[in-house]
Design a binder for this molecule. Sequence first.
Ligand code: HEM
Ligand code: HEM
Length: 192
Amino acid sequence: MVEEAVPEVRGVSDRTPADRTVAVWDLPLRLWHWTLAACVLTAWFTPTVYDNLHRIVGYCVIVLLAFRLIWGVLGSRYSRFRMIGVRLRAAPNYLWNLRRGITGRYIGLNPAGTLMLVALLLSLAISAITGAMSVTVTFFGVWWIEDTHAYASDAVIVLVVLHIAGAVLMGLLQRENLIRAMFTGRKRIRHH
Ligand code: HEM
Ligand code: HEM
């Protein structure tokens, strides 16, 4: 019985080797991701000390957010926003099931990742827009704008820490290096 099964399994696995990969993140999305990460981290460390640099990377974040909205329509399959509504509705259940290590099969963003995408885009938009407003003459000195900028920026950093922890944890559960995939653009075909 066992002797018979072995060549059969080998034959199948020859045709579908475990290292076969599929293209997930297109090049513009990958460049967008790492440029955004660099700008956000630079913005975090520069207020007051390097004001000019802070403003430049802050404006870059605004341009990058605008690009992501366009790419959500024009980008390749996993860059598009089409599935956001469905994934968000699945998020509460998904997070609840994660306590038992159930990650499901997703090639692009899973429901938790989609929730993080939306939370990051919204908090970044609030942070960058109130940042820009706080240096325009009309609004200068308006306290709620500066306060909102500070709170939204704190929220961004908390979310980024959770985001990185989530990517590492999910990668461990699925035995796939998701961070490398954000560089190469490719993921393994089979998850368990
Ligand atoms: C510091 C600011 C960062 C921001 C604002 C950010 C934002 C995002 C966003 C919005 C996505 C969703 C991709 C999409 O648009 O569809 C994403 C995906 C991802 N990010 Fe980040 N990111 C940051 C830093 C990082 C860092 C430092 C790492 C790794 C150490 C990382 C690893 C990943 C991975 C692995 C994915 C894909 C998740 C998956 O495969 O399910 N990110 N990030
Ligand atoms: C996502 C992008 C941004 C992040 C993460 C960010 C983050 C921060 C942080 C953490 C602070 C310190 C807040 C405090 O504790 O008082 C700050 C202050 C400030 N930011 Fe931003 N910021 C961003 C974009 C911008 C933009 C686009 C502008 C203007 C063009 C801007 C202008 C300012 C100004 C004027 C201050 C007051 C402190 C200072 O004199 O530098 N920020 N920002």
